[in-house]
Design a protein around this ligand. Sequence first.
Ligand code: AMP
Ligand code: MG
Length: 484
Amino acid sequence: MPVFDIKLENTYALLPSVLFSPSLPVPVSDPSTVIFNQKLADEIGFSLSDLSEEQANNLLSGNHIPAHAQPLAQAYAGHQFGNFSVLGDGRAILLGELVTPSGQRLDWQFKGSGRTSYSRGGDGRAALGPMLREYIISEAMHHLGIPTTRSLAVVTTGEKVYRETKLPGAILSRIAGSHIRVGTFEFASMQGDRSITQALLSYLIDRHFPEIKKKDNQPLALLEAVIHQQAELITHWMRVGFIHGVMNTDNMALSGETIDYGPCAFMDTFAPDTVFSSIDKKGRYAYANQPYIAQWNLARFAESILPLIEGKREGAIEKAEDLLHSFEQVYKHKWITMMNAKLGFITSHKEDEKLITDLLDWMHLVKADYTNTFRELSKPELPRNERYKSEEFKYWHNRWQERLKQETQEMASSFALMRSVNPAVIPRNHKVEEALSAAEAGDIAPFHRLLQAVENPYKDSENLRPYQTPPKQTDKAYQTFCGT
Ligand code: AMP
Ligand code: MG
């Protein structure tokens, strides 16, 4: 049974013990694999081929623990909607670390695997719909070229979970660069012992920022690197109209990956104030707020490592403050470069920003679909659409055409660039809901079709049509829930 001997490493378990609790998945009565990500398995060198179906179900549900595993639940804290709480993996278990054939270290985590010492009042379980939701959105994000945790499998447990109604229980196998969050540093820092934060910081640098090991003020260099990493991630989200929905500091991963797909959703109609989450009453995590929130979260990260920065040399605190302020320029530069690519500009001109904001203002005014508008602009001929006949749009379009002519490369290069950053398809909310409802009723076929559509998002295809049409009602009415 080779995979049962799968080599799992446990470097996280070598950190100070306050940062985790050894914890086993709670066995489930009747595990059954709903979906297994063979492509990801192949990429990371994970094989189930020598296992019977029953063995695979047991492995992917946590009923069978591989020989070298030292499963644990990670401790963390976090600012949730601005308020500090002590949290931790309340329904997740880090089974161990896989080292891929190319030497990359990845966490294998179960989500929905039962209570841990951090569960507070929760049942430690997850329902099938939300786990499939994380699966499809995380895989879509990956294929859109956005750093993200991945989904290896979803297994039903044969047990019910009780939310507003009785739902089928499920466990997701999540694969991630790591699960170290801004909130993990907040938790380390609140212990009041610098050596704990130092150990976590050294671990993070070893695992994700090895180039920093040479720097003389490592905590400061780390802060700078994390600022760039998070600005990059948010720029990607803005590019595809992704709204995370719950950007609490415990949901910001220092691997630079998008993590914890709860009430997230993609925007159909362009509106900067779009919010989907039913609990985000004040729009704290609205589309256009995401860069500001990232900066706010980074300030919490900086505070957590400040005692380590401070000890190094004079002026370090001021330098940390300057770095935090620099987020605005770092992000803005990345955002303009990204929007320039969306409009086919290979070079950068000073009037580009105005061209970008004028287009976005027009899209907002006429309630244009964010994805389809950019994809339509990415083709040499615009489709016949009343919207594109308006004087206002024509005026903008002429200015854009003139600007494109100033590029030194052929027009075809601009269009090719645009088609590589403006997706033809995103997992639209109504299609996601349709696929999840069918799966909950026992029909996984629509889920597979949606998955296939989002796996190749930059290539036009007739098969994509049903996935490209925005819903009839605007997504103002669409709400996502945290009961994940
Ligand atoms: P999330 O909203 O998924 O980011 O979770 C926030 C916190 O609540 C984390 O500490 C989770 O582990 C915990 N949590 C969420 N759902 C459950 C559950 N069903 N049982 C126990 N803890 C949970
Ligand atoms: Mg979370």
